[in-house]
Design a protein around this ligand. Structure first.
Ligand code: 6YU
Length: 504
């Protein structure tokens, strides 16, 4: 009966697609993906600004080297440029923070020299490194990364920068506030005070200098979808409720009964032996009470609540000519009044724009023209989503003019992402919040019914980036989680021929 099992996958992001691919390649032939929207790829989404390709969602392959399954697939489908595939690129190990050539501007319209920013940047990088080490040591002197960085930075700068002129010291501290805001974007959180110190080091980096897809990240999705049967996905079909544990009896015309029934908003239903749920953690947080019937066990509810899922948005802007240096990779804006290490703004509606730490320059220029990508995380980012695009453009134009001291700079056009207002995501990606640990991720990934129940096993399984202990928040983490749940089913039906580690 194994290979005839009816398997429904909820969500056609990379974890759902990966699960389907693996199940089909092992002979399961009754596999269906149900997707709420009209497209595949979920948070991998390539858009356009004018005639240029831009990534609305995932941007880079983090750690593009052989251990990274997304890198391997991208090479296999020939989607990367030659430089990204070189041995040299694969062996660079930057611990998740690639180096960049910066242009620094301050709120009084001054250009800051990189030398001036050097000590702040070195201290900040060192402190983050220390934060990562607490996971292995099991010690947690304060609950969050933000509190640790702020406490230690204040202590050490008071000692080490004692002899610096006051204005230099103030600028260094303001620079550290900007770096905290950058870190909020990387972690996808409102403030680093929400990110758990002991859990921060759970996230593992892979070697390789982050690379992009010249033709767009979605090219990877198209290649993967081509390998699946043509009509495997039911699009525009949001799932409303997964009835499991025989809570709704369902018998097929052949007389077979199924323990699970997937009910969609449209009223359509899909009977199943197994369902793999890949919806984002943001969606789970919002709909945990109604997505399953009987509802999720309390242990899962608590882990879903404990784990963090925040917003990180991009704002693309195109210019007729650059106001940055030709070799510049990142533009930073340092607010001179932010000398007390802050990563949130006091009044979101009045000053949300202060949360935008700066821009990355899209390269190569031959492909993108003069295009920048601004980054903004947290509640300020969620508020930005609610504003008309013209107002966002106006605010950023004023910001750039103020920091560069050039009142004529005018962007040609703008495009921003709105991940918080996406009803099937409700944010960008997972972070390990204060008070959560790997056990929460284990609990989230645990199939239903829970161990010890004497009903049919593996009725509802859970995949998606939030269920990966080491690589949450990434595309490779999501893909590995989809494979993991497919392998769980494969080894359930053929335990001897398929022994795999279901670790991450
Ligand atoms: C990466 C990167 N990157 C930027 C931004 C975002 C993300 N990520 P999906 O959501 O894809 O699929 C679920 C589907 O389910 C979806 O299609 C829904 O429509 C559907 N669904 C929902 N409800 C449903 C229902 N009821 N019925 C039916 N269907 C339903 N990752 O590797 N490189 O550069 C970035 C970035 C703006 C938003 C990213 C990046 C995250 C990935 O995009 C994401 O993990 C995967 O695509 C998720 O796939 P999935 O299948 O799980 O879900 C120390 C430390 C710190 C830790 N953080 C380190 C930082 C690393 C992350 N950096 C990210 C940065 C960027 C810029």
């Amino acid at each position: 009966q194994g290979l005839d099992s009816h398997i429904v996958i909820v969500g056609c992001g990379i974890s759902g697609i990966g699960a389907a691919q693996k199940l089909l390649s092992h002979g399961f032939h009754n596999v269906r993906i149900i997707e709420a929207t009209g497209r595949s790829g979920g948070r991998i989404r390539t858009g356009r600004l004018g005639d240029k390709i831009v990534e609305i969602g995932a941007n880079w392959i983090h750690g593009p080297s052989q251990e990274n399954p997304v890198f391997r697939l991208a090479c296999q489908y020939n989607l990367l440029d030659e430089k990204s595939m070189t041995e040299e690129n694969q062996s660079v190990d930057v611990g998740g923070h690639p180096p960049f050539v910066p242009d620094l501007f301050s709120s009084s319209g001054k250009r800051l020299s990189p030398e001036l920013a050097g000590p702040a940047s070195a201290l900040f990088t060192g402190l983050l490194q220390e934060c990562q080490e607490f996971h292995a040591s099991g010690r947690e002197p304060v609950p969050s990364v933000g509190e640790y960085v702020k406490r230690e930075a204040a202590r050490r700068t008071a000692e080490e920068w004692r002899d610096e002129p006051a204005d230099t010291r103030a600028l260094q501290l303001a620079m550290m506030s900007m770096l905290l805001k950058l870190e909020c974007c990387i972690s996808g959180t409102h403030t680093m005070d929400d990110v758990g110190l002991g859990a921060f080091g759970m996230y593992k980096t892979l070697p390789g200098l982050d690379c992009t897809f010249p033709g767009g990240y979605e090219g990877l999705i198209h290649c993967m979808m081509k390998e699946l049967p043509k009509d495997i996905v039911s699009y525009n079909t949001p799932v409303k409720c997964i009835h499991w544990n025989d809570s709704v009896q369902r018998t097929s015309p052949s007389g077979r009964t199924f323990p699970v029934l997937v009910e969609c908003e449209s009223g359509e239903t899909f009977p199943a032996d197994h369902v793999i749920v890949t919806v984002p953690l943001g969606y789970l947080k919002k709909h945990q009470e109604t997505l399953l019937s009987p509802p999720l066990p309390l242990s899962k509810v608590h882990s879903i609540q404990r784990m963090g899922f925040g917003t990180n948005n991009k704002i693309f802007m195109e210019f007729n000519e650059p106001f940055w240096d030709p070799d510049c990779e990142t533009i930073f804006f340092v607010w001179e009044d932010e000398t007390d290490l802050v990563d949130v703004v006091p009044n979101v509606e009045m000053s949300w724009i202060k949360k935008l730490f700066g821009f990355t320059v899209l390269k190569p220029t031959e492909r993108y023209g003069h295009m920048l990508c601004g980054w903004i995380a947290g509640h300020e980012s969620e508020y930005m989503e609610s504003l008309p695009e013209a107002e966002v453009q106006q605010s950023i134009t004023e910001l750039i003019r103020r920091f560069t001291g050039n009142p004529t700079i005018t962007p040609k056009r703008i495009l921003r992402s709105q991940w918080y207002h996406d009803p099937y995501t409700y944010g960008s990606y997972t972070y390990v919040a204060k008070g959560c640990s790997e056990y929460d991720i284990d609990i989230l990934a645990e199939p239903l019914p829970l161990k010890g129940s004497n009903t049919k096993p593996l009725q509802v399984l859970f995949a998606g980036e939030a269920t990966n202990q080491s690589f949450f928040s990434t595309v490779h983490g999501a893909l590995l989680s989809g494979w993991r749940e497919a392998e769980r089913l494969i080894s359930h039906y053929s335990p001897s021929s398929y022994s795999v580690s279901l670790g991450s």
